[in-house]
Write a protein that binds this ligand. Structure first.
Ligand code: URA
Length: 270
């Protein structure tokens, strides 16, 4: 095909056969490097290098250059972390204020977290925070990432600051040890946690699990009820600038860091 522009300046349509070949190819999926480039991994050339270096897998198999993928069905990972491939995926980080419920629709007509972010495209929260808890919450329409992040036994680290009811000496060493080692709750023992006392009655608690009201129930179980609870980190994500009620989109690097943070064991067992 000639690449010259005909007199008059009109750009020629590609011949019909070329369009037909391209349509047939698209029916087999899109080129992997194109899909990765769209997902923010760099130029197509850089994405080709990622593939050539063996860092990309499709459905668990190392991909080779020329691989095509169906973004609706294939699972693509870079360096072991799943990649959100569908165009139109959005990822919001919200600082949830007190009094707002983590649900898509509240039967009592209370304000919900999805009321605080754009209505379109429709998003869902990744896990939940209690109505009285404030802090970081991810909302997305990426079902695959949500599934990975909320995997019951291998979720990413979540960091909380809990102000608890206690005397002037703060929380006892015994209680701190119990929180670290695991406490018996009605739905079983909690997994080991990182727990420190920042000042008397103010705890920094890092857990991997995401059980219902877990931090409050853990503190109750050792005799120090929670007065105030804030989530300050989800895996690699922190943001000290977002005010309660504010949200922002995650950067591509943050989405990537988040997928990498998912315990490899979780991806292996799914
Ligand atoms: N643990 C709790 O008790 N509440 C939350 O909102 C999150 C974790």
């Amino acid at each position: 095909m000639s690449s010259s522009t005909p007199p008059g300046g009109a750009v020629p349509e590609p011949p019909l056969w070329e369009q037909m070949v391209e349509n047939a190819r698209n029916a087999e999926g899109e080129r992997l490097q194109k899909v990765l480039a769209r997902a923010g991994f760099g130029s197509r050339r850089i994405c080709e290098e990622l593939i050539e270096d063996g860092r990309v897998t499709v459905n668990g198999e190392v991909a080779i250059l020329g691989r095509r993928v169906d973004v609706e069905h294939d699972e693509v990972c870079v360096d072991g972390g799943p990649v959100g491939l569908l165009p139109g995926l959005v990822y919001y980080l919200l600082n949830k204020p007190e009094g707002v419920v983590t649900t898509s629709f509240d039967t009592h007509d209370r304000e919900t977290v999805v009321d605080l972010v754009p209505a379109e495209p429709r998003v869902f929260s990744v896990g939940r925070l209690d109505i009285d808890t404030t802090g970081l919450l991810i909302l997305t329409n990426d079902g695959q990432l949500t599934q990975f992040l909320t995997h019951p036994s291998h979720g990413v680290e979540k960091e909380y600051i809990a102000e608890v009811q206690c005397g002037p000496k703060g929380v006892s060493h015994g209680a701190l040890r119990a929180l670290r080692d695991g406490v018996e709750l009605e739905d079983g023992m909690t997994a080991p946690a990182e727990v420190g006392q920042l000042e008397p009655g103010v705890l920094r608690i890092v857990i991997h699990e995401g059980r219902n009201r877990q931090v409050r129930r853990m503190c109750d179980a050792v005799g120090y009820p929670v007065l105030r609870l804030v989530r300050t980190r989800i895996g690699p994500l922190r943001d000290t600038k977002l005010r309660p009620g504010q949200w922002r989109e995650l950067t591509t690097d943050e989405v990537r860091a988040l997928t990498r943070a998912v315990d490899q064991d979780a991806t292996d067992t799914m």
